[in-house]
Design a binder for this molecule. Sequence first.
Ligand code: KIV
Length: 292
Amino acid sequence: MSTTFTIDSATSRANPVAAPMKRLTVPAIRNRKAAIADGKGEPLVMLTAYTVRMAQLMDPHCDMLLVGDSLGQVIYGLPSTVPVTLEMMAAHGAAVVRGSYHAVVVIDMPFGSYEASPQQAFESAAFLLKQTGAAAVKLEGGAAMASTVAFLSERGIPVVGHVGLTPQAVNALGGYGARGRSAAEAEKIVGDALAVAEAGAFAVVIEGVVEPIAIEITRAIPVPTIGIGASAECDGQVLVAEDMLGLFERTPRFVKRYGDMAAFVAERVEEYAGEVRTRAFPSAEQTYAAKS
Ligand code: KIV
């Protein structure tokens, strides 16, 4: 076993641990925009992660892991992201940082933790970064949040913006339908992306918009765009991991199901239940024999 430890300074780990890969940095993510424009960089790969084991499995393949507030629905069965708390985000964020060595870990600021003022946002974001070791936060909203994005960025907190369909605003939007179908709404979303990029966001998630908007934003802003239900022309893509793995029967149209985790789990559990009921499990192989 190697005794050479790579200190993972990107997450300021108190105890050096063997880091099989070097962690990417926020500047490296931001600089990918220019590399992509020059035809030298690959699109950015981002997936949500909420738990240590999923983070371990996804980390080597991802540039960024997003501890999304979608954990409210995916992990906790809540009706929306609105009830998600800072404490929930901190607990899952810390698990994802513990399970990753390569990807930049970004944590969602939950609803109610940042909208009141830049100061409130700073306190919430600082809490998340201190509790977890993550590198950055993501917050929803455009022009209205620009001064907050600037406040955080200027104080050493890297921010990912999130425009278009912003799920925390579900009560105001009235649902999760694609945004930007009217000219006025399209103009507003493009303006939102420009505002948060100008304010210092190092990347911008564009969610649930008609494609021309995502293309226009991607061409207009100097930082990477990460699409979800947006366009293949974005500088990267993000999905909820459990959606793309097929854990749920119903997924939004923009999700490609790369597997059928729901069927896999149901079938394996049915098999186990059958073996318990027929006493086929545990067999001698899984049973401790007494010492002879
Ligand atoms: O919370 C989340 O998972 C997200 C992504 C879907 C972008 O914000």
